[in-house]
Design a protein around this ligand. Structure first.
Ligand SMILES: Cc1cc2nc3c(=O)[nH]c(=O)nc-3n(C[C@H](O)[C@H](O)[C@H](O)COP(=O)(O)OP(=O)(O)OC[C@H]3O[C@@H](n4cnc5c(N)ncnc54)[C@H](O)[C@@H]3O)c2cc1C
Ligand code: FES
Length: 292
């Protein structure tokens, strides 16, 4: 999530542009030192931050679909009217800007206030929500509940030892050594307490007592819920061949897996890889790859 210090792009939208100069679907400009994208959607013109809140992808190269724009890099989608991150992997909304029309000119001078969250209110909302799975899906659900002003308790259970991380980065910049580890957490550790999200790591849910509405944790203990969200993702497929249980054979799913691979390579330049995307991770990791 590096900040790019490039000069502001395109025309100064605070000075305005002629409507006749805006012929394409999007136009990249700036307001002060901030890049702002004009987007045409049907009869309306929207203005939104020009870079994706995931990894700064250039939305000017994205796809406009209805009142949304999709990032060209990993396909996050943002609502042009509200700036809301409507689809993963982006989690943070973008600022939307007020578009003014003066004669045949379009001007953008200031950000719009984001609309108030559409809270369901205390009558409809359950009191206790338990989410099983500390990946992107579980995290996004918890974060969105709070953003929508859900006031009940949220317990986020993960059998991982690390707080929710940006898993795709584990096979890319972080593995390659070009991103520091502090890029990986989806939010800083302090976020969970501040947001009133009870994140419990190393908590392996072994069963659910549906009639009593409890989840059961390995080693004992149960947690009651009014609503339960299962966001347990998927397990890597392990090779069913002799030698696959050797200590230098790894799967790559968690931060711990990634650290183990980096540690075990320890200056070596050869790695074998199987799986979709294996060539990419080997290349990103800077290894000479022979793909099985
Ligand atoms: C190395 C790597 C690179 C990737 N790169 C890309 C990419 O470039 N682009 C892309 O679109 N996608 C990519 N993906 C896929 C993407 O990360 C997944 O689609 C995404 O993580 C799915 O999120 P999730 O929350 O549904 O599941 P997960 O991320 O799998 O999270 C599920 C969580 O639930 C926890 N859990 C499971 N069972 C239990 C239990 N019984 N009790 C408690 N906790 C439990 C797990 O520990 C885990 O933390 C990549 C995945 C990996 C591993
Ligand atoms: S940078 Fe936009 S989705 Fe990743």
């Amino acid at each position: 999530m590096a900040d790019e210090q490039a000069p502001p792009a395109g025309p100064d939208l605070a000075q305005g542009i002629a409507l006749s100069d805006f012929t394409a679907e999007t136009l990249l400009g700036h307001v002060g030192d901030q890049d702002v994208l004009l987007v045409r959607s049907g009869p309306e013109i929207f203005a939104i931050d020009a870079h994706c809140s995931h990894y700064h992808g250039p939305l000017a190269e994205g796809l406009v679909v209805g009142e949304g724009i999709r990032c060209p890099w990993h396909h996050a989608c943002f609502d042009l009217r509200t700036g809301e991150a409507a689809r993963a992997p982006a989690l943070t909304p973008l600022a939307v800007w007020r578009v003014e029309h003066e004669g045949d000119r379009i001007l953008v001078r200031q950000k719009q206030e984001l609309p108030k969250p559409r809270g369901k209110g205390p009558v409809e909302a359950p009191g206790r929500i338990v989410i099983v799975g500390g990946g992107a899906a579980g995290f996004a659900a918890a974060e969105m509940l709070r953003r929508q002003e859900f006031g009940g308790s949220i317990v986020l259970l993960s059998d991982d030892s690390a707080p929710p991380v940006d898993r795709p980065n584990l096979s890319k910049d972080y593995l390659a050594g070009s991103a520091p580890e502090d890029w990986l957490p989806l939010r800083p550790d302090s976020f969970y307490a501040e947001a009133g999200i009870d994140l419990r790591l190393n908590s392996n849910v072994t069963s659910i007592d549906i009639s009593a509405r409890n989840v059961i944790i390995a080693g004992g203990g149960s947690i009651p819920y009014d609503r339960l969200l299962l966001a347990t993702g998927a397990e890597p497929v392990r090779l069913p061949i002799p030698g696959a249980d050797q200590p230098h054979v790894h799967t790559l799913r968690s931060l711990a897996d990634c650290r183990a691979i980096i540690d075990s390579v320890n200056g070596g330049r050869r790695a074998g890889a199987t799986a979709d995307g294996a060539r990419a991770w080997a290349r990103n990791g800077g290894f000479r790859a022979r793909i099985a």
